[in-house]
Design a protein around this ligand. Structure first.
Ligand code: DGJ
Length: 716
């Protein structure tokens, strides 16, 4: 990102080859937003906007912002009645901030503007950073209290995004619940506030992913149109408010959710908000996804020390959960390992059930040692058996939780989030540890480090299976009790950061009852995401569409995306080939019972794993184009195009085809080199131009039919 300050006209221009963003300093020091949209090659192009918007505040009537310009950082200044990014209570009881520019620094792709309250010793740093030439900009704030008393933060969001004025916008957002994450919702904005938020503390994405996209006139498609989009880097209570005011002024504010939250800033203390990153696509939703992928691959995903994890292929996993649930023992694990190795499995994972008394979900959470009865030689014996076979070894944990029937709870009943006067409500027979307390953060770090080291773990699956119901913290000083949700999430992310730093080559999976924490707060720390506990391959036709809008497909995990023949959610039978094809679209994991599988099934699995390994490089460093949606058709098509455009693989899945759905169209491919010739493994030969304009035939029939067509450049 290129950052330029025009000192004569006093405005900043932040630009990449696809996007420009500009704001300026008004004559009275207030920061005014100027522009966000397609790239402007010259700063001079911004002069008319600067001249129109950078005057001093003039008291007026009517549509004030049209005369006054729109705020870069809304704080309910005069004439600004939109949702404020910041709202504070000063020690003397005065409320709000009136910020004026004080100074700025530019260092490469980072800009920091320091603004100061006109009457109080409070400074706010507005941070901006770019990501190479991607059309993305991250914004966040640091609030410093220089007053003599406590500054109470009542609203502490990260940033505001002002949309080009006067347009109608359609909002796209992703919602869900257990088993049906990433449901795409679209609505035209009216003059109202639309609030996307979570107030369950432990996770957000099971209900609402901290993401928005706004397209002009609701006209964008996958391939065309202007789309403004953003994500929050926060894995807890969040708030993204999309507000349209009179005059079609559309503003998105986002950050920490102010519900039931106050954060006391003592004299001399500062508060740093999470990042809020937004971007611009001039080529519909598919460019948005490409940008999200490049950003994750090349900037955000964990890198590792010996292995560049962001770019490395994910190992083929076997996970014990679907076939064995809590019934894991040394003997069945060792037998499974014997079966896994010849099939080509590369990582063996013991999921839930390995701790003392953990034979169901009623006990054991909190006591993070192996059950000596079921694992008489400890987990080290399992780890060694895996390593001896050349496989990696991984474990499941749920560090934020405790069962009342555990030694941990008996020793520390005060460690859970609770209200002293109310019953401690159980969900899945468990309570939530109060991670807002630093001693609990440190306890978790200590046992996790020890577990990873002593069991020589190569992989750790961090699960989380309930929400907060009574958000009390009676032991904290009265004025800090309502900072619980903020401190909880900060400590959660701090543990993940520590684990990554201390164990850089361990693979970490972000699981929260499935995709409950699929958010960009976790992306920098997790190599894999449990896309959903719903591994029913017909439902995955829809789930993968929403997931692939934001997240790199090679991270798409779960206990078994090659699910049992009848996955428990619908109990419908599905062919193994259909499930293997799904396994290939993500981070392949096998969740079927290998000890009871027929030889025929084992042979088919072995063949599928070998085929996946042959293609894995093409599939995992790829963009995914959503060619046909199962929300509209009885089929779903996903085209995986290598990022260097040298090969692509088309996956096609059908369920519930009827005569009315025939003949199927020729499907136009995307993202190819138009002049190059691509050859399919079945012998077809077409130019990129023909593939993208004429398209390809994809014969599918009936229920659970699937195809995988691999195409490569003729002259690579
Ligand atoms: C919920 C997870 O999403 C599953 O994959 C599995 O790990 C279970 N919890 C174990 O209790």
């Amino acid at each position: 990102m290129h950052i330029q300050f025009d000192s004569q006209h006093r405005f900043f221009h932040l630009s990449t080859s696809e996007m420009s963003y500009a704001f300026g300093i008004a004559a009275d020091g207030r920061l005014r937003h100027l522009y966000w949209g397609p790239a402007l090659s010259s700063d001079a192009s911004l002069l008319p906007l600067a001249e129109a918007s950078l005057g001093a505040y003039v008291p007026s009537k009517g549509v004030d912002f049209l005369k006054d310009g729109v705020a870069e950082l809304p704080t309910m200044e005069p004439s600004d009645y939109g949702d404020p990014v910041l709202w504070v209570r000063h020690p003397d009881g005065t409320r709000g901030l009136r910020l004026v520019y004080e100074s700025h620094t530019i260092e490469n792709d980072r800009l920091t503007v320091v603004a100061k309250d006109a009457a109080y010793a409070v400074t706010v740093e507005l941070h901006y950073r770019g990501w190479a030439d991607l059309p993305l900009l991250s914004k966040w704030l640091v609030i410093r209290n220089g007053e003599d008393g406590t500054l109470e933060l009542e609203q502490m969001k990260s940033a505001a995004w002002q949309l080009p004025l006067g347009w109608d916008y359609r909002l796209t957002h992703l919602t869900g619940n257990w088993g049906c994450e990433y449901t795409k919702n679209q609505l035209m904005l009216t003059q109202a506030r639309t609030v996307l938020q979570n107030n369950r503390i432990t996770c957000a994405a099971a209900q609402q992913i901290p993401f928005f996209a706004l397209d002009q006139d609701g006209a964008a498609t996958e391939e065309s149109g202007h789309v403004f989009f953003g994500v929050l880097h926060w894995s807890g209570n969040f708030d993204i408010t999309v507000e349209r005011q009179f005059g079609k002024l559309v503003t998105v504010t986002g950050g920490v959710n102010g519900f039931d939250t106050k954060y006391p800033l003592k004299p001399g203390e500062s508060f740093e908000t999470p990042l809020f990153t937004a971007g611009f696509s001039n080529r519909g939703f598919e460019r948005m996804s490409e940008v999200f992928y490049d950003w994750q691959f090349d900037h955000l995903m964990p890198r590792g020390k010996k292995i560049d994890k962001a770019h490395a292929e994910r190992p083929v996993i076997y996970n014990s959960w679907y076939p064995y649930e809590f019934d894991v023992r040394e003997d069945n694990c060792l037998a499974l390992i014997e079966k896994c190795a010849p099939l080509g499995v590369e990582l063996f994972v013991i999921d839930d059930g390995w701790m003392p008394k953990r034979i169901n979900d009623k006990a054991g959470l909190g006591d993070w040692v192996a059950d000596p009865e079921r694992f008489p030689h400890g987990l080290q014996a399992i780890s060694k058996a895996c390593h001896d076979k050349g496989m990696l070894f991984g474990l499941w944990v749920e560090p934020e939780m405790v069962n009342p029937d555990s030694d941990l709870y008996r020793a520390h009943p005060d460690w859970v989030i609770h209200d002293p006067t109310r019953p401690r409500i159980l969900q899945r027979n468990q309570l939530v540890l109060n991670l807002a307390r630093d001693e609990i953060r440190d306890w978790a770090i200590a046992w996790l480090d020890d577990l990873i080291d002593t069991c020589q773990l190569d992989y750790l699956k961090w699960d989380m299976n309930r929400y907060v119901t009574e958000n009390g913290w009676p032991d904290a000083p009265y004025d800090e009790q309502q900072s619980l949700s903020v401190r909880y999430t900060k400590n959660l992310l701090a543990i993940w950061q520590h684990l990554n730093e201390k164990h850089p080559d361990v693979l970490f999976e972000n699981c929260a009852s499935g995709g409950g924490r699929s958010d960009f707060g976790m992306v920098p720390y997790a190599d894999r995401i449990n896309r959903s506990d719903n591994a029913d391959p017909v439902d995955v036709m829809v789930l993968h569409e929403g997931f692939s809008m934001l997240f790199v497909p090679k991270t798409a995990g779960g206990a078994g995306n090659i699910a049992p023949a009848r996955h428990h959610i619908h109990n419908r039978p599905t062919p193994l080939r259909f499930r293997i094809h799904w396994g290939m679209t993500g981070s392949m994991s096998i969740g079927i019972n290998l000890l009871t599988a027929s030889q025929e099934e084992l042979d088919e699995l072995k063949k599928g794993i070998a085929e996946f390994k042959r293609l894995r490089g093409d599939l995992q460093d790829a963009y995914v184009y959503r060619i046909a949606s199962a929300t509209r058709h009885p089929y779903a098509l996903f085209q995986y195009v290598r990022r260097d455009r040298k090969a692509f693989t088309l996956f096609a899945f059908s369920h519930g085809m009827r005569c009315w759905d025939l003949p199927m169209p020729r499907f136009r491919m995307r993202g190819l080199l138009p002049d190059a010739v691509y050859v399919c493994e079945d012998g077809r030969r077409m130019t990129g131009e023909a593939l993208m304009n004429i398209g390809v035939e994809v014969p599918l029939k009936g229920d659970c039919d699937s195809r995988m067509d691999v195409w490569r450049l003729e002259k690579a």
